[in-house]
Design a binder for this molecule. Sequence first.
Ligand code: ZN
Length: 397
Amino acid sequence: MTESILKDRELPDLTNDEISRYSRHLLLPEIGVEGQKRLKAAKVLLVGTGGLGAPLALYLAAAGVGTLGIVDFDVVEESNLQRQVIHSTRDVGRPKVASAKDRIKGINPHINVITYNTMLTSANALDIIKDYDIVADGTDNYQTRYLVNDACVLLGKPNVYGSIFQFEGQASVFYAKEGPCYRCLYPEPPPPGLVPSCAEGGVVGVLPGIVGCIQANETIKLIVGSTEYSNNTACSLIGKLLLFDAWKMSFRTLKLDKDTQCPICGKTPSIHELIDYEQFCGLKKQADEEPVEIITAKELKARMDAGDSLQIIDIREPHERAIAKFPNAKPIPLGQMARRVDEFDDKIDSVFICKIGQRSVFAIRALREAGYAGRLLNLKDGFNAWAREVDTSLPVY
Ligand SMILES: [Zn+2]
């Protein structure tokens, strides 16, 4: 076996305990003692311990990857438990990195776990990633995905990528030394709000399990190495994009080429350091953009109790309204907003409701663009804020 990511590394010995624990790996010619020693020597950074990070951490720990770094700034929420199988019901409210570390140690006490209870940013990414051999990206947003990509290209590390939405998943290995990077595939992020997140669009719980396991498998192969890997990467996802549809149960693999014009890994790169990824992804307010006025759930309740006349517009989808209704709200789907502008009375305030207060901003912008002159208010943090702060008999979803 040749061409492991760790090919020049001095390898540790395996103890008798470790030989027993990993015997099913040792019996595989593709892994064997040498491959298992490489796994023990390897350092893998997991960005995110959510849906994808959970199976990644569980399987890489079980496989004996010697050092696992885990980065996450979130705490465990009840709505995570449907898919983030590394966390337990009793962990709700704990930092995800703490909960994940406990579980990893429970599976394999031989593993060294390093936790970063922080958001990965342009300020800390190079510093955190530089000590690792491989990064496995389990993030759920574009700004972190581009950040991870760029940091890995700049540091020469492979980036084992996965992403999920509803029933569809993608996986690849972006390794600029050997093939394309994420920017070669997606030079620009989509406009903000165009692609809903899993928090808004949903995701079947098994999907990140499958995609995260594919990422874990790719990570193990990069560490162990193989003859095929040295021969034009035949059995790795370098230079390939795997598309998986859990509803149709189909796998497709597309060939990916390196973009010679890629701004970070092409022939004449224009990016030589990390940039402002919020700005790159269009998440910063433009200077000429009129700000959207917000109203909190408690302020809205007070106005409703005082008998103010308000137009409350629920822009959520019918299947979301089936989960829980908002009191006295008129449903108007986002796509119909501009052409139903005549249904609004511009002498009274309108309040817009969605699940978490993000899609409703687009409803307000659509009405403004349609020339509506009345006052438009966005319910801060959406229906879920109302369910948390005002009417706790309603579910948070
Ligand atoms: Zn590239």
